[in-house]
Design a protein around this ligand. Structure first.
Ligand code: FES
Length: 639
């Protein structure tokens, strides 16, 4: 196979790659971060790169359009004529056939996400799976020549009532020296009263655990001291699988269509876990050998890929997970660089897409302990809904699509520096004020992230630019409302204020994408509420990193969820991660998770006969017929 030289600018990353690979594959190989919202299925148009044509002496490369495979149908659809004639190609469609020099435009560069997964204060009882015990052994004599391991077991049984313990080879190998180093006094770490994980000479041992929430977009790790429950370090990063597709379905498709795809994605997530381990350990001055327990949550697809189990069954009807019950597995078996004996516990899966992350939310919020009716919405790339109280709980999963996370939106981007995250519009002049996520140095707007999109559309509705039906109001005339081809758009940031040299706009199609997402959440909530025969809930809980940053008034104004007094709408941050932390620090929470996950009744929305109607009604802003007394005075008069 011939190899060809490929250079990416402005980063200058270069390498020789096999002819026939597409530029997205090449970018991954060379470590260039390119936006690929659809995971390379040639549908999102976000992976644009420009071919630099000519001989570039400095780089010793002769680059031409013909050095890539011919332009495809999909590229003709997703790129404008201007772009095509200026040398733009979609990275996932263009295959290398010769040497090429490429320019990756600002909007195509995968921004480093600002990962905001702070710790929420929650009351957690301390009863971890791993506990330490100190013992003083009788020295062996000729009259008592019992083996070291048996002597240790006998003493642990006598002094701590620990019967029938086991130990792996590594621990067995360490026992003799540990016993003799400090006069036959040792401390052992025991998992679930069953297995000795570690032994150290002397009377103390530090013991840490790591709770991890594997989100479709973000992976967050919380390093905790198992003796005190204190979170000693938090480290989050972007899920590296994002370059294979931003939502779970595109990753399942990748696995289905690429040989070795599962292993590839599995390696990516294990790599990310190991990065979290090393960074968190560095920050807290903890050795990775001191991490003796992990609890992991994630949606069903993330959960399966983490375990290197094919998630393909979840991707097709009847959406069956490969395993649903809690799983315990050795970290070493998965290649996680913590103590060799450490265990990884995965919370159970409720059903189909309602995964262990939702079980994390469930045990963190514990609606099953309360009388008040709660609606809990975990807004991520997939929306998960829980409704109920101590008597009954229903759950559902709705395909929100990644629009609320900034994808499939013309100028959508992740919550990275340069993203517009807050918007307000003056009703009389339609002047816009916006706030962007700050990075290093001066920052100009590069795009809009999820919370900015919600704000922008809620504001556009409030001031009358967007009608109740979602159409852009034709009777509003203002220089900010422009026509781009067939699409009407509202300019949020004019090009002189942006880093991409173009106006950043909200297009009619963006409003539509958000309508679909919010309509799905609202309709899903209504179906569950109807099943419980309730017309309103007492409390709405918005979970998920995104849920923390959206403006709850804006979210209700656009009708993301049914009416509820605004003061009872709360954002609880990363509840899935909190649930993982609780299960790490208290084994009773694991039992609770198992029991409650089985008690929650899962409703498959696609099978509900009313879903279609509810969905159509919920597409309106804020809703076609439902009333919102809590928004009195905030809604436009026409509604
Ligand atoms: Fe290329 Fe989506 S079109 S990654």
């Amino acid at each position: 196979m011939n190899s060809r030289l490929v250079i990416f600018q402005p980063s200058g990353q270069r390498g020789r790659v096999e002819e026939g690979k597409n530029l997205l594959e090449v970018s991954r190989e060379l470590g260039v971060d390119i936006e690929s919202v659809c995971g390379g299925t040639k549908t999102c148009g976000k992976c644009k790169v420009r071919v630099q044509r000519g001989f570039f002496e400095r780089h010793g490369i002769h680059s031409q359009m013909e050095h890539l495979s011919p332009v495809t149908e999909e590229e003709r659809e997703l790129l404008t004529d201007d772009e095509l004639s200026s040398g733009y190609r979609l990275a996932c469609a263009a295959q290398v056939q010769g040497d090429v020099l490429l320019y990756v435009p600002e909007e195509t560069r995968g921004g480093k996400q600002v990962v905001r997964k702070e710790v929420t204060l929650r009351k957690i009882d301390l009863n971890p799976a791993v506990k330490t015990h100190c013992v003083k052994l009788e020295k062996p004599t000729l009259a008592d020549p019992l083996g070291d391991y048996e002597r240790l077991l006998k003493t642990l049984a006598a002094q701590h009532g620990l019967e029938g313990l086991t130990a792996g080879r590594t621990v067995l190998a360490r026992i003799p020296s540990a016993l003799r180093e400090k006069g036959w006094e040792v401390t052992v770490a025991v998992w679930m009263g069953k297995e000795i994980l570690r032994i150290l000479p002397g009377s103390s041992m530090r013991c840490y655990g790591l709770a991890v929430d594997i989100g479709t977009t973000t992976v967050a790790g919380y390093l905790c001291d198992l003796a005190t429950g204190e979170v000693v370090a938090v480290h989050s990063l972007m899920n590296p699988q994002v370059t294979y597709g931003e939502d779970v379905m595109s990753r399942v498709t990748y696995i289905m269509t690429h040989e070795g795809g599962l292993e590839e994605l599995h390696r990516e997530i294990i790599g990310a876990m190991n990065q979290i381990v090393s960074q968190a350990c560095k920050r807290a001055e903890v050795s990775s050998d001191e991490i003796l327990e992990l609890v992991v949550v994630g949606n069903t697809v993330m959960h399966h890929i983490f375990l290197n189990i094919s998630p393909v069954g979840v991707g097709v009807s009847p959406f069956v997970p490969a395993v649903q019950q809690p799983v315990d597995v050795k970290a070493s078996e998965l290649g996680i660089a913590v103590n060799e004996s450490a265990n990884v516990h995965l919370l159970p899966i409720e059903a189909g897409f309602v995964g262990a992350d939702n079980v994390g939310v469930l045990i963190a919020e514990a609606p099953y302990e309360k009388d008040e009716m709660q609606l809990i919405i975990d807004i991520g790339t997939n929306g998960e809904i829980l409704v109920g109280n101590r008597d009954k709980l229903l759950s559902a999963s709705c395909a929100t699509g990644p629009a609320l996370e900034g994808a499939h939106i013309k100028f959508g981007m992740r919550a990275a520096p340069g993203a517009i995250e807050r918007v307000s519009i003056k009703p009389d002049t339609l002047d816009v004020e916006y706030r962007i996520i700050a990075g290093e140095g001066d920052q100009l707007a590069r795009g809009i992230c999820g919370s900015g999109i919600i704000d922008a559309i809620a504001e556009m509705f409030r001031v009358g630019i967007v009608e109740k039906s979602g159409r852009l109001n034709k009777s509003v005339v203002n220089p900010r409302l422009v026509q781009d081809g067939k699409s009407r758009e509202f300019i949020l940031a004019p090009k002189q204020e942006t880093a991409i040299g173009k106006d950043i706009t909200i297009a009619a199609g963006d409003v539509r994408a958000v309508q679909l997402a919010k309509g799905a959440i609202y309709a899903g909530s209504k179906i569950l509420m109807n099943r419980l025969r309730i017309e309103k809930v007492d409390r709405v809980v918005l979970a998920g990193a995104f849920g923390t940053y959206i403006d709850r008034t804006g979210a209700m104004l656009m009708g993301m969820f049914p009416d509820c007094p605004l003061e009872n709408v709360v954002a609880v941050g990363n509840a899935a991660g909190d649930g993982a932390r609780m299960a790490l620090l208290d084994i009773n929470k694991r039992r609770e998770a198992d029991e409650q996950a089985r008690r929650v009744e899962y409703v498959e929305l696609t099978l509900e006969k009313d879903f279609e109607r509810e969905f159509v009604e919920a597409m309106h802003f804020p809703h076609m017929t439902d009333r919102f007394p809590s928004l009195e005075g905030l809604l436009p008069r026409s509604t």
